[in-house]
Ligand binder design. Structure first.
Ligand code: SF4
Ligand code: SF4
Length: 290
């Protein structure tokens, strides 16, 4: 089984449009949206949910107002300042609670419950390109790395069960926890970048992260024609570091037109960018076999 993750140093580089096109071109794949903080692959793939489960991670403190005597001890002990007066009692601000349980342990009235924290939803869906695992983390919730690990595990189990040989992931932007989790056991990281000063810098950071985890790096320069000088810097970096330069994609309105149709750009009328992405995909297949 092979795993590919498409990532970028920051959001808005065209990563998801490119992943959707790869999902269209790939065969025998499980599609996995690991950008759990801001998933948007579903907008292009229009999944039908087959199974939905709560993502539970950690606990949160909840004050039972019937038992609270408003002594204020919990508020003075909470180092995260998550407890505040609320009329005659005290209440916990859920987004600030770190689930450390100190208040639960010291409340003299045993007035603080400590239920599981419902952080988001996980989904298994069908799409026109095959099965897809995805999720939505609720606003302000953490543990996105854990959720990414769970999604990858689920995708592997699904691929095994259905005899599918490829897991294609849309990763999170940046270099945080979800990206680190998405690189685990990945055969190839396809890094999408743009020819701007921050694009060059972000590529450097995310590619170093991949190197640290011994994941092979291949690079796609999106909208390469916007700034030939920075595209040249990216070419030089790839040559120096040994990253595979998969494609230089032009700025092309075909991508936006495909988005409006809620399609991958390779599904629509022939265009230069669709041809470039097909070539890049064939190169990826070659790389996975080498
Ligand atoms: S320690 Fe218990 S009783 Fe005192 S304010 Fe907090 S919840 Fe209420
Ligand atoms: S569990 Fe910890 S962080 Fe949450 S309210 Fe209690 S003391 Fe504060």
């Amino acid at each position: 089984m092979r795993e590919i993750v498409v990532i970028s140093g920051k959001g808005g580089t065209g990563k998801t449009s490119i992943t959707a096109a790869f999902a269209h071109l790939a065969a025998n794949r499980v599609i996995c949206d690991l950008d759990v903080d801001a998933p948007d692959l579903h907008l292009l793939l229009d999944p039908s949910v087959v199974r939905e489960e709560a993502f539970i991670s950690g606990h949160e403190a909840v004050i039972n107002s019937d038992r609270c005597t408003a002594c204020g001890l919990c508020a003075s002990m909470c180092r995260y300042e998550a407890i505040e007066p609320d009329g005659d009692v005290y209440r916990v601000a859920p987004l600030r609670c770190e689930g450390c349980k100190v208040c639960v342990a010291f409340c003299p009235e045993q007035a603080i419950d400590f239920p599981d924290r419902h952080c988001g939803q996980r989904y298994l869906s069908d799409t026109r390109f095959g099965p897809m695992v995805h999720a939505q983390l609720f606003a302000g919730q953490e543990n996105s790395g854990l959720l990414v690990s769970r999604l990858k595990k689920e995708a592997r189990a699904l691929a095994e069960e259905r005899g599918l040989g490829l897991i294609l992931c849309d990763g999170a932007p940046g270099i945080g926890c979800p990206v680190i989790a998405s690189l685990s056991q990945t055969d190839l990281a396809v890094v999408v970048t743009e020819p701007t000063p921050s694009g060059v810098h972000d590529l450097e950071r995310v590619a170093s992260l991949c190197e640290h985890f011994r994941t092979r790096v291949a690079v796609i320069v999106n909208k390469h024609d916007l700034n030939p000088e920075h595209t040249g810097r990216i070419d030089a970096m790839c040559a120096e570091k040994g990253y595979v330069l998969l494609a230089r994609l032009p700025h092309d309105t075909a991508v936006t037109e495909a988005m409006v149709r809620r399609q991958a750009v390779t599904e629509g009328p022939d265009s230069e960018i669709a041809r470039n992405i097909r070539d890049a995909w064939h190169r990826i297949m070659d790389l996975l076999q080498s």
